[in-house]
Design a protein around this ligand. Structure first.
Ligand code: SF4
Ligand code: SF4
Length: 306
């Protein structure tokens, strides 16, 4: 079974589904969205993050590194070509400025961690959300995790980019889900290829199969579109997605607010991104722009309210 590294398990979330939730963030994604809010979740492998703001300049890490990859003379501090990800530097760092991103956890460990919050789930109508990265990238692991959660009668929700093989998904994942938050980012396939690195044809086909399946059962499916200034928030893309959803009888969707703080996260793992140079993606979105996006959906009969 291909096991993922886990980025983080975050309790007490109010943003990732109904009620109070515990969110399990997987590391690894088949898409490569230029604006990814969790850039540290894109790669499957562990990574080394460095936050200069936390560094107390003790230089213990420089002395500990067997590869000579750390140097004050290097403006980036870490020479990532030399770094072998041994994490000896993380072991000696007293301040947390150096951090290992991604750790192994068994299904049982995750379930035990999440089950501690069952009283909160029960009182609030919450549960566990699998997020990422992309949980369906690890189909067998996610299947086992979801089935163990359901054995404990915990509400389960999947946040997905929709890029998966339907046959496998419908057998291994779908039977254990109570809800799906399904991302539709760019309606135009050429734009999707340009900014997300893959075609969207299979994603749209999976969405349509999912809503047909939902119609036959009790599962909730919420389409979501992240608002990325100048990329997904264009009149053309908003109208394209809204009319597609309208055609499929969708009355409720979510528009996710843009958060430019991902630039900082990218810098910590040494990833340079072209969008960092665009003024529009370095700022928060204006209230007017968000309202305009909502109004385009409203014109198609789709509620994007809380
Ligand atoms: S992870 Fe290992 S090789 Fe990389 S900088 Fe730290 S000590 Fe050096
Ligand atoms: S060990 Fe940590 S605090 Fe000390 S110099 Fe290295 S990164 Fe900075």
């Amino acid at each position: 079974m291909k096991a993922p590294l886990i980025l983080e398990i975050r309790g007490n979330s109010l943003d990732d589904g109904p009620g109070i939730r515990t969110v399990v963030f997987f590391k690894g994604c088949p898409l490569s969205c230029a604006w990814c809010h969790n850039p540290e979740s894109k790669r499957v492998q562990a990574e080394l993050a460095y936050d200069p703001k936390e560094c107390v300049r003790c230089d213990a890490c420089i002395r500990a590194c067997p590869e000579g990859a750390l140097s004050r003379k290097n403006p980036e501090f870490i020479d990532r070509k030399k770094c072998t990800l041994c994490f000896a530097c993380v072991e000696v760092c007293p301040s947390g400025a150096l951090e290992r991103v991604g750790r192994s956890m068994t299904v049982q460990e995750i379930v035990e961690f999440a089950a501690k919050d069952r009283p909160f789930f029960k009182n609030s109508g919450g549960g566990v959300t699998l997020s990422g990265g992309e949980p369906t990238f690890f189909m067998d692991f996610s299947s086992l995790l979801l089935s163990e959660l359901k054995k404990k009668k915990i509400h389960t929700l999947l946040e997905t980019c929709g890029f998966f093989k339907w046959e496998e998904f419908s057998k291994k994942i779908l039977p254990h889900l109570d809800a799906v938050y399904f991302d539709l980012k760019l309606f135009d396939d050429a734009q999707h290829r340009k900014y997300c690195g893959t075609t969207n044809t299979g994603i749209l086909a999976n969405f349509e199969k999912l809503i047909s399946h939902r119609a036959a059962g009790r599962m909730t499916v919420l389409p979501r579109t992240p608002l990325i200034p100048g990329i997904t928030d264009t009149e053309e893309n908003m109208a394209g997605i809204a009319s597609y959803l309208q055609k499929h009888g969708i009355k409720k969707a979510a528009l996710l607010s843009y958060n430019p703080l991902w630039h900082e996260k990218s810098r910590k793992i040494g990833v340079r991104n072209d969008l960092a140079d665009r003024t529009e993606t370095s700022q928060w979105m204006s209230r007017e722009r968000i309202e305009r996006c909502k109004s385009i959906f409203a014109e198609h009969g789709i509620d994007t309210g809380p």
